[in-house]
Design a protein around this ligand. Sequence first.
Ligand SMILES: [Ca+2]
Ligand SMILES: [Ca+2]
Length: 269
Amino acid sequence: MSARPLVILAACVGLLSPLAAQTVLPYQDFSVRTGLQLNDAVVSGSSILLASSHNDRRGSIFTSSQYGVAQFSAVFQFRIASPGGISDGTSAGADGLTFTLQRVASTQLGQLGAGIGYGGINNSIAVEFDTFANNYDPNSNHIGLNTGGSMSSVVTADIAQAFDNGTIWTVWVDYNGSTLEVRASQDGQRPATAQLAKSIDIAATIGGSAAYVGFTAATGQAYGNHEVLGFGFSETFLTNGLAVPEPSTYALMGLGLAVVGWSVWRRRR
Ligand SMILES: [Ca+2]
Ligand SMILES: [Ca+2]
């Protein structure tokens, strides 16, 4: 009898230790926001509303402390709905959302409109999901890799489906220490091939190997409702990417702990 709780305990440690080793930030949603700094962003249900569907709005969220970015895997979900305002020649709606790593401060919030809440943030790198064609943009709907607070991307990738179509987009950003890869999908399945891949030395680009990690968004004369729904981050690069944080992960961990507790309780009786 005495061996059983040890086996169960070992199984639970096995469940828990990978998370601890990789320093995963598991925000299944944002009903709990421990460790996050909100800048002109508001809580909307269990999501973070970065910029609402009105003219000239912006917001950001960043981790309160810096995390290692020498290599990493990140996953997050966003939704951009209710596009409106002026057209860029293709469609209404603007300006998009970014996943940003920066070394300045957790309180950073970049420029409005075309700046997507990122423009002007120094010592940074951003993956943009841009929904408005400005004169330096390739088109009205693309992924871009931006550095140093510039909105003129180092590289871009065209995406056919509109990011502001109101569906939930799941995005994986993976960096193995030399190449950054971005994958985005509307079905929650991680694409086998990255839509954007770029060789880059992130530490040299941002001036260090740790950064505040977060998101920005903005609107201008065109707008949309820009929400982040969930977020996971690992300081270790994962070949197959990070799984979307799900309630079942925590339920399983909770169940494991409950079984240990129950076993100890039984033995004491
Ligand atoms: Ca743009
Ligand atoms: Ca762009």
